[in-house]
Every structure is written in C-alpha cells, then in structure tokens.
Design a protein around this ligand. Structure first.
Ligand SMILES: [Zn+2]
Length: 305
C-alpha cells in the first residue's frame, strides 16, 4: 500500500515537471548537470591507473640474490596470505583518517600506522656493514630517528652496528633470527626460541636495549607468531608504505613511491640489507628533506606496545 508521503512526492514531481513550469527547467538542468558530472567522474576514474598493489604481497618481484627480501612465503594459500590480500586490496585512506586505525585485525592486530600524525621510517634485514652506516649517516644529517628491524644472525655478526644504531637514538625491532618467512608456521616452541635467540644477539651488543617490536619476515603473520611476540613483550609491527626497495627499482622510483604514498601516521618499510641497497641509500637523501618538511619523523617508541 502506497503511503501518503509517497503519493505526495509523486504529485509534487508531476507539478514540477508540468510544461511551462519554471521549476521544470530547473529540474531538467539539475538532471543534466548530474549526468555530466557522473560522466566526467567515470572518465577521470578510467584515466587514473590503478595504484600498484601493496607490495607486502611482492609476488612478482625478483629476489636480487637476497634471501632476506620481505616477500611472502611461497604458499599462496596460507591464512596470512588472505590477510595480506585483504590489506593490500584496501583503497588508500585519505590523509585525514590515516593516523587512526593504527592496527590491522586482518594482520592479527599488527601495527600498520603509528597512531598519531608522526611518520616512522623502518629499515629491515640488517645490520649490514655496506649500507647501515650510510643509512645512519643520512638520518644523522637530517636529524631523523628511525627504527631498525634487525635479523639475529646479522646482529651477532655486526654488534658494532647495533651499538651505532642505538648510539644515534634509533630504536630496535626483532626481525627473527635468519629471516624465516615461514616462521609463523613452526611450533610455538620453535617460534619462541627464534625470537629469544634474536633478542639475545641484540643484547649481546647492547645489554639494556629495549626491544618492544617484532616484525615477521615477509609480513607473513600468523596467530602463533603474534602470540609468541606478545608473550615476549613485543608488539607486531607491519607497515603501510612499501616502495619495494628490495627489488632495487632505483633511487628515483623508491623516492617517488614513498613521497606519493606517505601520509600522517605512516610506517614506511625500507631495507638496509639483504641485497644491493645503494638505491635505498640514495633515495633517502631525496626523501628525508621532503618528508621532514611535511611530517614529524620519529622512531617508534620503546615504552609502549
Ligand atoms: Zn625483512
């Protein structure tokens, strides 16, 4: 049964559309305007290339001779893949809402943003004697502090670099013993032992180093690996900006990707080891002055999870 309101609206519309009515002209003009705007919007959409998929999935990249690149495990059916795809397919949020929603439940609650407007740069897979000192020099030159997600066996081999990182005021993140992208599928005891061994290697260099973050290699999060990290006092750390620098696309490409995708609260993923990282180092000298002008850059905190 039609409601009185619906009938009223029909009658009113007929009155408006009556020939000769001045309102009719206005309605027709409005309809035409909406149609034109819709067409222009559709055309504009078609001209904009799809944003590159979030390379947390990194499925098409080459390893560049590295066994440390943050690519996902080979098994595309794992639950962490579904999680990453869900995350990857998300449209880029607007700048105004990026700082919120700091964790991503599809990534088992891993932090994807800092939680406020500050931007965090993170450097993974080191320390590496070829590139870590160059990254430290670039950061020092611009007065920027960052977070280094270090691999246990690299920390054991280069304790002096762990000390240099901490001495410059940067913060640390556990990135597993030997960058095992399938660590999350191992037993809880194996996972726990891997994370403890890595922290011990870091603390052999800097005994009182706070380590309150854990980043799973490849972003291949699982519930057991997140549980193990949390039980050891470490919060899971993901990212929301990934220039795929491990694919060595060149400094210009790395810089343009970071500068175009970063927003308030972004966590930027880069690498100071695991292959030829000169492009990342060179990109930093382009990125840092521009980012520092637009955002407050800060290392991830050591007093909160
Ligand atoms: Zn990594």
């Amino acid at each position: 049964m039609a409601t009185g309101g619906g009938l009223w609206r029909t009658d009113r519309l007929r009155a408006l559309l009556r020939p000769g009515s001045t309102a009719r002209a206005a309605v027709v003009a409005a309809v035409v305007a909406v149609a034109l705007l819709s067409s222009a919007y559709a055309l504009g959409r078609s001209l904009i290339p799809d944003r590159p998929r979030h390379s947390a999935t990194g499925a098409t990249g080459q390893l560049d001779g590295s066994h440390y690149a943050d690519q996902p495990p080979a098994d595309p059916t794992g639950p962490e893949q579904a999680g990453q795809e869900g995350r990857s397919a998300s449209p880029s949020p607007t700048a105004s809402d990026r700082a919120g929603d700091a964790v991503d439940e599809t990534l088992f609650g891993a932090h994807v943003r800092t939680g406020d407007d500050r931007v965090a740069l993170t450097f993974d897979d080191g320390p590496d004697p070829r590139y870590t000192p160059q990254v430290l020099a670039a950061l020092r030159s611009h007065g920027v502090r960052a977070t280094f997600c270090v691999v246990g066996e690299m920390a054991q081999s280069h304790p002096d670099l762990i000390q240099a990182i901490v001495a410059d005021g940067h913060t640390l993140c556990n990135h597993s013993w030997n960058h095992d992208v399938t660590l999350g599928k191992r037993s809880p005891d194996q996972i726990r032992a891997d994370l403890i061994r890595t922290n011990q290697a870091i603390r052999a260099a800097v005994p009182d180093a706070p380590i309150v973050w854990y980043r799973q290699p490849g972003g291949a999060w699982t519930y057991p690996v997140v549980s193990a990290a949390r039980a050891l006092g470490m919060a899971p750390l993901h990212w929301d900006v990934d220039p795929s620098d491990w694919e060595a696309p060149g400094a210009r490409k790395i810089a343009s990707t970071v500068l175009s995708q970063v927003g308030p609260g972004s966590i930027v993923l880069m690498h100071d080891a695991g292959g030829d990282r000169q492009g990342t180092v060179d990109a930093l000298w382009q990125i840092l002055p521009q980012l520092a002008a637009r955002f407050e850059l800060e290392a991830l905190p050591t007093d909160t999870t």
